[in-house]
Design a protein around this ligand. Sequence first.
Ligand code: HEM
Length: 384
Amino acid sequence: MQFDPFDPATIADPFGPYRRLRDEAPAFRTEHGFWVISRYDDVVRTLRDHERFSSSAGVGSEWRPVPMMISVDPPDHTRLRRLVQREFTPRAIAAWDERVTGIVDDALDAFVERGGGDLAAEVAYPIPIGVIADMLDVPAEHRADFKRWSDDTIDALGGGLDAETSTRVELSIIEFAQYFAEVIARRRLAPGKDLLSLLVDPTNGETLADGDLISFAILLLVAGNETTTNLIGNLVHALATHPDQWTRLQRDRTLVPAAVEEVLRFDAPIQGFFRNTVVDVELHGETIPADEKVMVLFGSANRDERKYPEPDRFIVDRNPMDHVAFGAGIHLCLGAPLARLEGVRFLERLLDRVERVELAGEVERTQNPLLRGVRHLPVTLTLR
Ligand code: HEM
């Protein structure tokens, strides 16, 4: 048995290798020295077992300047999450609906008028970054900086940076922290209607300290941008390559939320993430020793035939609400209601305006074993 998540062939199409892992080695140690967990039931159990599988060492990123909720365990995690949770419930997120829809329209308008182009670069990329900039009320004159900070923080996620890039990324993060330290101070004095104002408003309940708020703002960029970009890109890719499923959506718009869930299952924007064993763990006859890295494969769990019949088919009315594209357990994606809202509004607007979506050239996938998306997605649109 061989499995190398960094192998370009595996990145291009990981689903065959995942199946072999699930069938032949459901607890597998790679030659890189970390373990891989691939079956749905095991993935869910691992994510729920945060006492034996810690998030505090090596969660994807080697770069952790400040404790973020995604890379800490209870009790720190419980405290940080509790203070922001109230602004990320589906109901709280629904209050942003009109603005999210406006940003989706802005991104789609010109693209639809041109009859297509590179959907990844021109539509899927600007939407999430526009939404987060809007939620944080970043003014027009700082939008370019904000984009640069966001891109650089995501580069930092990949790890293994050369010295020059590393310095650039660190500088970006310092600039970002300085900028938001000032913004937070101003919001404490004169709250507005943005997310940070809501989070610092003492009438809403206990609030976060400045340092925690700044690292939370950075986490929003890291966790919320490329993931949602990948959701939108993967969604259009799946629909362009499954025209029968597109037609079903055209005939029945009530299937839009289910189609978003199905693409999250079918082509998870985060394929895998890391945990660290706290103690020795027995799994399928193997002993994973304490203090080893474990890669938890959401992307494989979502294709497990033990869980989903015909898992490799993309079926828009499957409605797999128990997929693990957003993880599970205490670290379940905080931004899931926002990502779902963006996905749903995007797809509705596209269906409103477009009769057909077709691929118009070479699709280029992202080259990352953890984040699965499309870097270039040339499409032609036939307008309604
Ligand atoms: C389709 C888009 C998205 C996907 C697939 C996704 C996926 C995930 C996953 C799998 C985790 C769990 C990581 C773990 O268990 O270690 C996670 C955590 C998180 N996500 Fe998302 N995410 C998405 C969008 C967003 C957005 C839009 C935001 C915020 C604006 C966001 C904020 C977060 C935060 C703050 C956490 C950490 C939660 C915690 O540690 O308690 N995500 N996300």
